[in-house]
Design a protein around this ligand. Structure first.
Ligand code: AGP
Length: 608
């Protein structure tokens, strides 16, 4: 997710762009840049790794003279490291461009236009700029129309042409853009936070339409370059800045739960090559998957629970020891790993101190390390031998949601690649597995759409002092994360138990109306799980049952049940995760708690 802003009008552009970028930094903040159309029509580019504050300093030093139009960008890196060269805007001849999204076919375009020797960055965005410049012969609309016919993927572009002073062009496909014509000039941005200080009226840039900003008018064109007769509806925003950053959602957590399907696509799609997982762009060689004789997964909290799910998926296929360790424990053990072990480090922030210490210990043991990290350029990412970045965008809520889903997506792809290169999967099996992974995204969307029903489930939790999550096999691994989600934002004591283990003591805690959230999506242990549910039901438990649509359930068993779409048993974690996140979210909201910043917690635990 990146922040985009454009302005043209009577006011000084640098101030508007830089203030707008500060408001957009929550969308991504590893580098930032502006392109300014100066009085002599030259486009002056300033872009730096680091936060907007850093860019502001360089602008103060470098800008001399006046500018009344320009574009600005804060980057959440997906392709290429955190460097000045990879920051946006990107210049190619007369074209200057900023981009939010992922161009999936940038390799093919690089070859088609023979750009290899011209590129100065590692980004898909620069490829788009170079191709647009190749297509440009003085007519911006014509060149942009030709460009987008060549692109696969998601994008919102803001574009300036050196010979079109004062004009800004934009187009979007999936990635968001809003625009406004105001008394202060014309503006465009990736979301409302940049527009709110100047206007309450705006419109959503319609997909596959080109907009042209001139100082006092925003023109909208169809792709056939005719003016659109149906100008977009002008909307009125009644949010304050904080609400705008939540894009209209009441809390970041709910926004981020809804972002999961796109985060999954952004993490998976750039790594699909002819139907197979392909990490070559990530610089991850197959050799680390082929030669290892064990896999050690190390993380904390939600990331560790993602590791538990990964273990349940990987071990039966790879038939080598897959161990999951709590980082704060691992770092004080004498681990049985060596140069033949592959250590997978999972961390959203890439800064968790216990996880970082475990990474360093793994290196001392001579093991190869592969990090699954969401924040580009973070310490764990930089110190690992290899890194597979997830593309969830910034996760603001302390309770991890979309980061968990994309961690799982990355781990599932790693599992698939490992199985393929070790001969455990044929190409067809690997393609089928990856296809199933992509197919599960609509199932998540289906569950998220049931949020009002799930809110009703949560209403049965709010007066409880104890809630138990039970399941067998993969369902048990899912339940661990469900219990953490609920306890950390509702402050209700929640525990996850292997359903078959309850009888060995914990069932003593089950009494009348104690909620038990039972997950029963694994066919091979379904009957046993149902038996365990009957055991707690017999002791008065309030049963919340999560099953697949086609499950045969005795009506008298559950007090309330949520059915998820019939996805393959190996993939039910994704819709189940969305359901458990929403149960936790609505329980916390019903208790009027601080959902995004729960007591005692921090987003990144950088202390031991
Ligand atoms: C999850 O909801 C918590 N915020 C916490 O358990 C978190 O997952 C853990 O601290 C690990 O953080 P990391 O992924 O940034 O390393």
């Amino acid at each position: 997710m990146c922040g985009i802003i454009g302005y043209t009008g009577p006011l000084e552009a640098p101030k508007i762009l830089l203030e707008g970028l500060s408001g957009l930094e929550y969308r991504g903040y590893d580098s930032a840049g502006v392109a300014l159309c100066m009085e002599d029509s030259h486009i002056h580019l300033i872009k730096k790794a680091g936060k907007v504050k850093n860019l502001k300093g360089h602008c103060r030093q470098q800008i001399s003279g006046s500018s009344h139009s320009g574009i600005g960008h804060t980057r959440w890196a997906t392709h290429g490291g955190v460097t000045d060269a990879n920051a946006h805007p990107h210049r190619a001849g007369k074209v200057v461009l900023i981009h939010n999204g992922i161009i999936e076919n940038y390799h093919e375009l690089t070859e088609k236009f023979q750009l290899q020797d011209r590129l100065i960055s590692q980004t898909d965005s620069e490829v788009a700029a170079q191709v647009l410049n190749e297509l440009y012969s003085g007519d911006p609309l014509d060149a942009i129309c030709s460009l987008i016919k060549l692109l696969d993927g998601s994008y919102s572009f803001c574009i300036m042409f050196e010979d079109q002073p004062g004009a800004i062009f934009a187009i979007r496909n999936v990635s968001p853009l809003v625009a406004a014509s105001t008394s202060s000039g014309s503006m465009i941005a990736s979301d409302l936070t940049a527009l709110i200080p100047y206007t309450r009226q705006y419109f959503v840039v319609p997909e596959q339409h080109i907009v042209k900003l001139t100082p006092y008018k925003v023109h909208v064109y169809h792709l056939d370059e005719t003016f659109t007769k149906d100008y977009p509806e002008i909307m009125t925003v009644n949010w304050n800045m904080d609400a705008a950053m939540k894009n209209g959602f009441p809390h970041f957590m709910l926004k981020e739960i809804h972002e999961q399907p796109d985060a999954m696509r952004n993490t998976i799609l750039p790594r699909v090559n002819k139907g197979l997982p392909d990490f070559s762009d990530d610089g991850i060689p197959d050799s680390i998957f082929e030669s290892c004789d064990q896999v050690q997964i190390i993380a904390c909290g939600t990331a560790m629970y993602a590791g538990m799910v990964a273990r349940a998926i990987m071990q039966p296929v790879l038939k080598i020891p897959i161990t999951v360790s709590i980082a704060s424990e691992f770092r004080y053990e004498e681990p049985l790993i060596d140069k033949k072990a592959l250590v997978i480090i999972i961390s959203q922030s890439g800064e968790t101190i216990d996880t970082l210490a475990a990474l360093r210990l793994a290196h001392q043991c001579g093991s190869k390390t592969l990090a699954v990290v969401n924040v580009k350029g973070s310490t764990i990412a930089r110190e690992s031998d290899y890194v597979l970045y997830t593309h969830a965008g910034p996760e603001i809520a302390v309770a991890s949601t979309k980061a968990y889903s994309v961690q799982l997506a990355a781990l599932y792809m790693i599992s698939c690649r490992m199985a393929l290169v070790r001969g455990k999967y044929t190409r067809d099996q690997a393609c089928s597995f990856l296809s199933d992974l992509l197919d599960v995204i609509p199932a998540m969307e289906t569950v998220i759409a049931q949020k009002d029903f799930i809110r009703n489930i949560a209403s049965h939790m709010i007066h409880s002092t104890d809630v138990f999550f039970i399941g067998r096999g993969l369902d048990y691994a899912f339940s661990l994360e469900g219990a953490l989600k609920l306890k950390e934002i509702s402050y209700i004591h929640s525990e996850a138990y292997a359903a078959g283990e309850l009888k060995h003591g914990t069932i003593a805690l089950i009494s009348d109306q104690v909620p038990v959230i039972a997950i029963a999506t694994q066919e091979h242990v379904y009957a046993k799980t149902i038996s365990n549910i009957r055991e707690v039901k017999a002791r008065g438990a309030y049963i919340v049952l999560l099953v697949k649509e086609n499950a045969q359930v005795d009506d008298s068993l559950a007090d309330i049940q949520l059915r998820i779409p019939n996805v393959d048993d190996h993939f039910t974690v994704f819709p189940i995760a969305a359901a458990l996140q929403l149960i936790a979210y609505y329980t916390s909201v019903s208790k009027h708690l601080d959902v995004d910043q729960p007591r005692n917690l921090a987003k990144s635990v950088t202390v031991e």
